[in-house]
Ligand binder design. Structure first.
Ligand SMILES: *Cc1c(COP(=O)(O)O)cnc(C)c1O
Length: 233
């Protein structure tokens, strides 16, 4: 049986190989281990193998896991869809939020972030797949939202995030990731320097790194297949 530690090594090897092929420094790509639906014990096993950053999609499950793992110095990223009535626990338990696509959610997170904590790191989620995907702001609305989010006092706008439509077409995925990079570069031209491109999951780490990913979000390749019933909870 393959352990979490062994699968982590394999994922890190994929990241390094993809970075080399792209002529990039492997250290410029960080691995976010997506632990949604997996128990705190699985996170402990990954932490014992050297993994520090973890991603969660569901508010209550994530907050409970963070509480149960307080004894470890971990970094927590909220990567799921966020409703406005659930922003407060996310604002205070997590270090990062990746899926900002409305100014209202960003305003609430900024207002609710504890003043004793550092600013909350956030990424704007962009709908890079057009009609096929519902989450995320349209590409032509990114600049306005980015300026609004960057102005909020308790948030630190770090970059852009995307989840392309599910497909086996690696050339199409690469084009989606290239669009996110282009949008990030356009923001730099408008005076907003952002250091993060959160893109790439278990099956598309390679095209994401080829297009400049700085955070890849990987669940299945580390923890195994999730069970559908648990994922819906
Ligand atoms: C579940 C999830 C991931 C991880 O997906 P895998 O295919 O299991 O690697 C990454 N990002 C987001 C936003 C997710 O919801």
């Amino acid at each position: 049986m393959t352990t979490i530690g062994e699968r982590l090594l394999a994922v890190r090897a994929r990241i390094e190989a993809a970075a080399r092929v792209a002529g990039r420094d492997p250290a410029a790509v960080s691995l976010l281990a997506v632990s949604k639906t997996w128990p705190a014990a699985a996170v402990r096993a990954a932490a014992a193998a050297g993994q520090r950053a973890f991603g969660e999609n569901y508010v209550q499950e994530g907050v409970e896991k963070i509480e149960a793992l307080r004894d470890l110095a971990l970094e927590w990223h909220f990567i799921g869809p966020l409703q406005s009535n659930k922003t407060r626990p996310v604002a205070n338990a997590f270090d990062w939020v990746h899926g900002i696509d409305r100014v209202k959610i960003a305003e609430r997170l900024s207002a609710q972030r504890d003043v004793h904590l550092p600013a909350l790191n956030v990424c704007i989620q962009v709908n890079v797949s057009g009609e096929d995907s519902k989450s995320g702001v349209a590409p032509d609305e990114v600049a306005a939202l980015a300026q609004a989010v960057a102005a909020l006092p308790r948030l630190r706008l770090r970059g852009l995030m995307c989840i392309p439509e599910p497909t086996e077409d690696m050339a199409l995925l690469r084009a989606r990731f290239a669009l996110l990079r282009l949008l990030r570069d356009e923001l730099a031209g408008a005076g907003l320097e952002l250091d993060t491109l959160s893109m790439g999951m278990s099956h598309d780490i390679e095209p994401a790194i080829a297009e400049g990913a700085t955070i890849v979000r990987v669940g299945t390749a580390i923890f195994g297949e999730r069970h559908k019933a648990a994922a819906a909870a």
